[in-house]
Write a protein that binds this ligand. Structure first.
Ligand SMILES: [Zn+2]
Length: 374
């Protein structure tokens, strides 16, 4: 789905991506809203899409600011015409809170977006009523490319109202999930919310076919959004479920602190590993990378592994989850984690190895699903 969106810039370090659905929206607006088509209608349609995009961006920034305050960093935001999908930074640990406080935090973050739209609608509506009463705020059609200022107000009202629907991944659905998560584990809570969300999107699509094509379009976008979210929730749950003992490398080379760097390089050349645990007797005393060996040889000439190795390292137990190892690796910028069982080194997990395993897991899930669907 990532390929279905285009990066349009960064705000607060968050990658803002535009989903191609916006192009579909533009085609929809220009083809349904006008009978006569010329350059000016194209421009007005583009402006209307721009108004919707602006409302969505500010809405998402509302979420992003509150979630940053809560310490949950967003990596990217995919903008869909009905709102955005925030992709959280998986490498950063989400501060674990007691469920009693966690769900309130989630509700606050969810409500921030619609609140921004309501404020925009209220402020722009008040200004229009005061300075340009001839615009007739209450005349239908409320949103139309031929009435851009009125559309600005109502687009934001609609964005707020729409996002408060209890259809995950819309904000109302997030609130619902937060309530579920008081009693269920996060993945179950997400699944239940996604199921409700997909049912609502189906209902919208069907009723839209009978009444208003906008509803069909909204239902369609909602369906895309729900799928995007479910995938990331499932991926998270896989990361949580898989244990390090299932993916760790058990056939690996080690170095001794008394090895010379030239010996170490010789060993490294004959191994696919980029990082090596350094072992004295049965104790882990450090880690060293191929690159570090090369750099040290180049700068200081031959020496001992002991003087160059990294003494600070994280250890994981074989029962730990993939998610936990991934956080440890990325949080401290490490490239290897020794896996121990009762103080004994039983395997290693490297960033490279972790990436491969995650790709394999994703692939095998996809194959299994295709097998089920065929
Ligand atoms: Zn939202």
């Amino acid at each position: 789905m990532r390929n279905w969106s285009l990066s349009i810039g960064r705000i607060f370090g968050i990658d803002i991506r535009l989903h191609w659905a916006f192009l579909a929206l533009f085609v929809f607006v220009i083809s349904t809203e006008f009978s006569a088509q010329n350059a000016s209608t194209a421009f007005r349609s583009l402006a209307l899409v721009g108004i919707i995009l602006g409302g969505v961006v500010l809405h998402e920034l509302g979420h992003a600011i509150l979630s940053m305050q809560a310490g949950v960093a967003a990596k990217s935001i995919i903008l869909l015409p009905i709102g955005g999908i925030t992709v959280l930074d998986e490498s950063r640990q989400i501060p674990e809170l007691q469920p009693q406080t966690a769900w309130k935090r989630e509700v606050r973050i969810a409500l921030a977006g619609p609140l921004v739209n309501l404020i925009i609608a209220f402020v722009s509506g008040s200004i229009l009523l005061a300075v340009a009463p001839e615009i007739h705020l209450w005349t239908k059609p409320l949103v139309h490319a031929s009435h851009l200022l009125r559309s600005l107000v109502w687009t934001n009202v609609i964005l707020a109202a729409l996002n408060l629907l209890p259809a995950y991944p819309l904000d109302g659905g997030r609130v619902l999930r937060a309530f579920f998560s008081q009693r269920l584990d996060p993945v179950q809570a997400t699944r239940r919310a996604v199921t409700i969300g997909q049912s609502i999107s189906m209902v919208l699509m069907l009723t839209g076919m009978l009444s208003n094509p906008w509803l069909t379009l909204i239902g369609f976008f909602l369906f895309i959004g729900a799928q995007l979210e479910e995938r990331s929730a499932v991926f998270q749950s896989v990361l949580q479920k898989v244990r390090l003992e299932d993916i760790m490398l058990t056939d690996f080379a080690t170095l001794s602190p008394a090895d010379t760097l030239e010996d170490a390089l010789d060993k490294a050349v004959h191994s696919l590993q980029d990082d090596f645990p350094v072992i004295r007797g049965s104790d882990m005393v450090g880690v060293i990378s191929k690159q570090k060996i090369l750099d040290a040889l180049r700068v200081e000439g031959n020496g001992y592994v002991q003087s160059v190795m990294n003494r600070i390292f994280e250890v994981a137990t074989k029962q730990e989850s993939l998610a936990s190892a991934f956080r440890k690796l990325t949080a401290r910028n490490l490239s290897i984690i020794p896996v121990v069982d009762d103080q004994r080194l039983v395997g290693i997990v490297t960033l490279q190895n972790l990436m491969h395993s995650m790709a394999l897991l994703a692939e095998s899930r996809k194959l299994r699903r295709e097998a089920l669907n065929s």
